[in-house]
Design a binder for this molecule. Structure first.
Ligand code: COA
Ligand code: AMP
Length: 635
């Protein structure tokens, strides 16, 4: 089939408001918009101004009303516990309504913030939808973050309640959540009024009723039995649906604010046109609800489009083996799978010849989507060979909420250029600028930017930090949103995303701030100065690597200090930081104005060609860094 991409993109370019206005007809509005787009509102304009709607209604009630009630909405599959359960749209609606009743009984109303700190279990998704039903704003915190990160989010969002579970399950260990939760609340300035704790069979947590702990399942059981009806609270299309914190360049994460209306319109469009799945089909994003991929494509996108979504509590390998994805795909008849390239690198490492793949009937699978980090062509080609379906690299970020560049399976695939997530999606006019803000020639590396306004579904601001949003995203290149990715757009409009332009790294598909890790390393009493950079890793794409300069008077064994610093980062940020590589150096390379030359250090570590920076203070330090890196097997 000839791709409809170009026609679709042009129709958006000709009249963006008409384009998105037409898509909006697929969403149920309690009150239509006064204006599809109001350029005078917000930091760059707002979509569907004046409209009233409810995201939970669009995900559940309207499908039930349209006769989809007996279709599976959510499939929970946990190789960690061996449990498998399927919930119809009717059943999900019942669960969500009961949770909404519990929240309402505990004082949660429109606009309140609710933190959800849960593993990959159905109740996590139901809780998100229950918040949406009440017009409350959820903020999901990834389970691999430590207490301090949770405390930061409690304070910044001023959460009224927290919904959590007694534990998460990682291969070979149970992760008790309650001590982390209690520690976070002790640390936080803002004290949530209630903590709902779902007791899992693997570990029961002692509840502190005097501190507002509530047994989640018991409270929900009561409301389910009562059959309490909680109607969907009408919210403005421009009201926030959620705040999702993501790594910035400092230890203070940025709360990406997503609205209700634009978000629904954009996600609904992507399910059909990018992912190419029809209502009733099974869509599986093998990610975590703690990340944006989980928000958009485990929860909201598939449910808005009337698909069946899969909640998978496991890993691509080791739970129990590299065939686990293929078991899930074949058992649940998954039509489109979405995951991070790192998951495929892990599967390929364990099952290079695809023996596990051949054990399952994968004839239902139509496409594989990869995002979250650069997809290396070798991994893509291996996946294409093994699965015999299109393997689609697509590029987006927490801020955008949906793909900026993709090969749109629904509109018809375009030719693949390996190393490129293909072309800009409607909504995104992608340009590449030099550091002075001038457009570069096609094929030249520069800063990738998106012409304002951002399309529906993208962030509207940072929570309580509009100025930070403007200064970090909109100011450097006036008229554009700065993606903080560097790359190329070629003559055919194909985008190539090469690297971040800031201190963010992508480790195993997780977005991490090296700046935040530096802040933690610097807390160690023996550390005088430090730098953390991301270095290339065959499996995880990048891993953080710390360089420590110790204080003059320190005589303790470095191996002890190293262990302490690693533990400190694990305790402060969390195991997900994967911070395990630490080196001692005498000095750090700097410019004459004192800026650490992290970019050059990274090139040396990765064995890439590098030039001596003209502004370097003392060139000999780079030799010292090279020597230390070589001693550790890098560079
Ligand atoms: N709760 C608690 N701890 C968690 C966690 C969670 N939800 N998720 C990860 N961790 C821990 C891990 O147990 C590990 O701890 P360890 O240092 O004690 O071993 C640490 O954080 C690092 O985890 P991870 O980076 O996931 O590495 P891994 O070696 O356990 O697994 C992969 C490697 C490739 C299998 C895994 O990273 C993976 O599945 N990646 C795909 C990620 C993804 O889907 N991202 C979403 C974007 S689409
Ligand atoms: P996150 O906000 O966690 O989704 O991370 C977003 C960042 O991940 C982007 O800014 C890119 O640096 C990187 N990224 C995501 N998808 C891709 C991709 N397909 N190719 C290259 N980099 C990607």
């Amino acid at each position: 089939m000839e791709s409809k991409y170009l026609d679709t993109y042009r129709s958006w370019e000709r009249d963006p408001e008409a384009f998105w206005g037409e898509q909006a007809a697929k969403i149920h509005w309690f009150r239509p918009a006064d204006k599809v787009f109001d350029a005078d509102m917000g930091a760059y304009g707002r979509w569907f101004v004046g409209a009233e709607t409810n995201t939970c209604h669009n995900c559940l009630d309207r499908h039930v009303a349209a006769g989809r009630g007996e279709q599976a909405a959510v499939i929970y599959d946990s190789p960690m516990t061996g449990e498998k359960r399927s919930f119809t749209y009717n059943e999900v609606l019942t669960e969500v309504t009961a949770i909404a009743a519990v929240l309402r009984n505990h004082g949660v109303t429109k606009g309140d913030r609710v933190i959800i700190y849960m593993p990959m279990i159905p109740e996590a998704v139901f809780s998100m939808l229950a918040c949406a039903r009440l017009g409350a704003i959820h903020s999901v915190v990834f389970g691999g973050f430590a207490a301090h990160e949770l405390a930061t989010r409690i304070d910044d969002s001023k959460a009224k309640v927290i919904i959590s579970a007694s534990c998460g399950l990682e291969p070979g260990r149970i992760v008790p959540y309650k001590p982390l939760l209690d520690h976070a609340i002790d640390m936080a300035q803002v004290k949530p009024e209630y903590c709902f704790v779902l007791q899992r069979d693997q570990l029961h947590a002692p509840l502190r009723y005097e501190h507002g702990d509530v047994d989640f399942a018991k409270a929900v059981d009561v409301e389910r039995a009562n059959g309490t009806d909680i109607r969907c609270e009408p919210v403005l299309a421009t009201d926030p649906l959620y705040v999702l914190y993501t790594s910035g360049t400092t230890g203070q994460p940025k709360g990406v604010v997503r609205d209700n209306g634009g978000h629904m319109v954009a996600l609904q469009w992507t399910m059909e046109n990018i992912y190419g799945v029809a209502p009733g089909e099974v869509f599986w994003a093998a990610s975590d609800i703690g990340w944006v991929v989980g928000h958009s494509y485990i929860v909201y996108g598939p449910l808005l489009a009337g698909n069946t979504t899969v909640i998978f509590e496991g890993k691509p390998i080791g739970t129990p083996d590299a065939g686990t994805f293929w078991r899930v795909v074949s058992e649940h008849d998954v039509k489109a799978l979405f995951t991070a390239p790192t998951a495929f690198r892990a599967i390929r490492r364990d099952d290079p010849d695809g023996d596990h793949i051949r054990r399952y009937d994968l004839s239902g699978l139509r496409s594989l989507f990869l995002a979250g980090e650069r997809a290396d062509p070798e991994t893509i080609k291996w996946a294409e060979r093994m699965l015999e379906v299109p393997v689609i690299d697509h590029w987006w970020q927490t801020e955008t909420g949906w793909p900026m560049a993709a090969n749109p399976a629904g509109l018809g695939l375009l030719p693949v250029k390996y190393g490129s997530p293909t072309v800009a999606m409607p909504g995104y006019a992608i340009d590449v600028l030099d550091d002075a803000g001038h457009p570069v020639r096609k094929g030249t590396l520069g800063n990738i930017v998106v012409k304002l306004p951002m399309p529906p579904g993208c962030l509207v601001t940072f929570w309580n930090a509009e100025e930070r949003f403007r200064s970090s995203c909109l100011e450097e290149f006036p008229g554009y949103y700065k993606t903080a990715d560097a790359g190329i757009v070629d003559d055919d409009g194909y985008v190539f995303v090469m690297a971040r332009t800031d201190d963010i790294i992508n480790c195993a598909g997780h977005r991490l701030s090296t700046g935040a890790m530096e802040e933690v390393c610097a807390m160690h009493p023996d550390v005088a100065e430090c730098a953390v950079i991301g270095i290339a890793d065959d499996l995880k794409g990048q891993i953080p690597c710390g360089f420590l300069v110790l204080k003059n008077n320190v005589s303790r064994d470095f191996s002890v200090i190293q262990r302490e610093v690693v533990q400190l980062v694990r305790d402060e940020i969390g195991p997900v930081a994967a911070f395990k590589t630490v080196m001692k150096v005498e000095r750090l390379p700097k410019t004459r104005s004192g800026k650490i030359l992290r970019g050059t250090m990274q090139k040396i570590a990765d064995g890439l060609p590098w030039k001596m920076p003209a502004t370097i203070d003392d060139p000999a330090i780079l030799d010292e860094i090279s020597t230390v890196l070589r001693q550790h097997g890098h560079g």
